[in-house]
Design a protein around this ligand. Structure first.
Ligand code: CA
Length: 228
């Protein structure tokens, strides 16, 4: 998943981005509302974290513009003070949730995961489909109850595919979720990762969790289970 962090306080921004990166997210970051809005509209983003008090363009205006341009991904706002008006204004502008500063990273991380899974139509943080269970809070994949060890790139791919289970995801979209923008792209590498995931998740080729759609991309093919 690719997150955008717009925050002018360098200490807060850098620490938040580092922890989110460590948690396996690809990150774009901006220090003012103008640059942030550019990334928000032009880059492939799955969720934006927006501070309300920003130079150039205010956080509220950034959010209004993101929504006016038809972007529907979740937006989490950071409010500097515990002022209820800020939260109301932010939610009215099109944000989905908020965290009050100073925050614990764990709170941001829990809210980000909750927003992402809800955007994907999942009710619980354990995504469950057929014999496959992906716990996005613990980043743990199980097939038929057995834990599967994954590299962080493999995890990012299965998480993105499962989060959007049933949808066709292009190779380009998957590549975008793997690397930061400045990384040299090679979409062939996705085929390699998908091959490894299939081997690890389905060594005897009986579960068939990932479908290839020639020329279009990949789809997580198993039916979602009812919430347990
Ligand atoms: Ca600020």
């Amino acid at each position: 998943m690719r997150l955008l962090v717009i925050e002018d306080d360098a200490t807060v921004r850098e620490s938040l981005c580092r922890q989110l990166k460590d948690a396996g997210f690809a990150i774009e970051q901006a220090a003012d509302g103008k640059e942030g809005l550019y990334f928000a509209l032009e880059y492939p983003i799955d969720l934006a974290i927006v501070d309300l008090g920003l130079p150039e363009i205010s956080g509220l205006d950034v959010i209004r513009e993101i929504r006016a341009k038809g972007k529907t991904y979740p937006v989490l706002i950071l409010t500097a003070r515990d002022r209820w008006e800020d939260k109301v204004d932010g939610l009215d502008a099109g944000a989905d949730d908020y965290v009050v500063k100073p925050f614990h990273y764990e709170e941001v991380s829990a809210r980000v995961n909750a927003l992402l899974r809800r955007a994907g139509g999942w009710a619980s943080s354990v995504l469950s489909a057929g014999p496959v269970k992906l716990d996005i809070a613990r980043q743990e994949l199980k097939v038929n109850g057995a834990k599967i060890e994954l590299t962080s790139y493999e995890y990012r791919i299965i998480e993105h595919l499962m989060m959007r289970a049933g949808e066709v995801i292009s190779k380009t979209e998957l590549t975008d979720r793997l690397y930061d923008q400045d990384f040299e792209r090679d979409s062939n590498v996705i085929e390699v990762f998908i091959g490894r995931l299939r081997k690890k998740m389905d060594p005897d080729n009986s579960v068939k969790p990932i479908e290839t759609l020639r020329g279009r991309g990949y789809r997580f093919a198993l039916e979602r289970n009812q919430a347990e």
